[in-house]
Design a protein around this ligand. Structure first.
Ligand code: TMP
Length: 227
């Protein structure tokens, strides 16, 4: 690990098990002596969304709700605002684990557009977030891959068992989730922005082995994990 920590992003469909993986990975990294920080996007504890929604209502963001680009901009502004916090976390830790990042915007946004527009859109997201907004570039993406039907079952279960948990409009759209899974696979295959490791979210992930690889004891991208 160098002077600045590694930014490791966990991505996947709603219900893929990202939080469980992030918990286990965080514990495994700490057990190996790494200083670990975690964060998640969108940041529900920040008032930035409320502020942006107000902007949308007053017409300052145009027809936000129906616009893929408008919605994407809203999520991207949240990450831009978090940039200084992320940089401070990277200075003070060996690994910063992030549950969803710009790749979520690329995957969910592209899935809502016609397939022909997807390539251009994901490049627009890359330029907007890493170019124009200058948010920290990830060192690695972990894609927790599960069949969309499995993810949907888990998300529905969570909705039944977690008090106050309601599915958002993205989670309730099965077709969108399926297309999002396909875009994620394409981003991983193209090493979008940074290397990706595809993890089998059904078989389960060996968090300790993954932690060892992330800490440089083994190159992460050389041996993608399959459970
Ligand atoms: P969450 O359920 O992980 O809190 O995320 C809320 C939804 O927002 C989820 O369906 C994924 C979507 N999303 C985007 O479309 N773009 C983004 O940039 C982020 C962070 C999330």
């Amino acid at each position: 690990m160098g002077a600045v920590g590694a930014l490791v992003v966990v991505e996947g469909l709603d219900g893929a098990g990202k939080r469980t993986l992030t918990d286990a990975l965080s514990t495994a990294l700490a057990a190996r002596g790494a200083r670990v920080a975690r964060t998640a996007f969108p940041r529900y504890d920040d008032d930035v969304h409320a502020e942006l929604v107000r902007d949308a209502l007053y017409g300052r963001l145009g027809d936000l709700s129906g616009s893929v680009h408008g919605m994407t901009l809203l999520f991207a502004l949240d990450r831009r605002a978090a940039g200084p916090l992320l940089r401070a976390d990277l200075e003070a830790h060996d690994v910063v684990l992030v549950d969803r990042y710009a790749a979520s915007a690329a995957a969910y946004g592209a899935a809502r557009l016609h397939q022909d527009a997807a390539g251009e859109f994901v490049e627009w997201v890359r330029e907007l977030e890493f170019g124009r907004f200058g948010i920290p570039v990830p060192d690695h993406h972990l894609l927790l891959a599960v069949p969309h039907a499995v993810a949907a079952d888990r998300a529905a279960h969570r909705e039944r068992t977690e008090a106050g948990r309601e599915r958002d409009t993205y989670e309730s759209d099965g077709g969108l989730q399926e297309r999002t899974g396909a875009v994620y696979a394409g981003l991983a295959a193209a090493s979008w922005v940074a290397p990706w490791t595809v993890l089998d979210g059904v078989a389960g992930v060996d968090a300790d082995a993954l932690a060892a690889r992330l800490l440089g004891e083994e190159p992460v991208s050389a041996r993608p994990a399959h459970g």
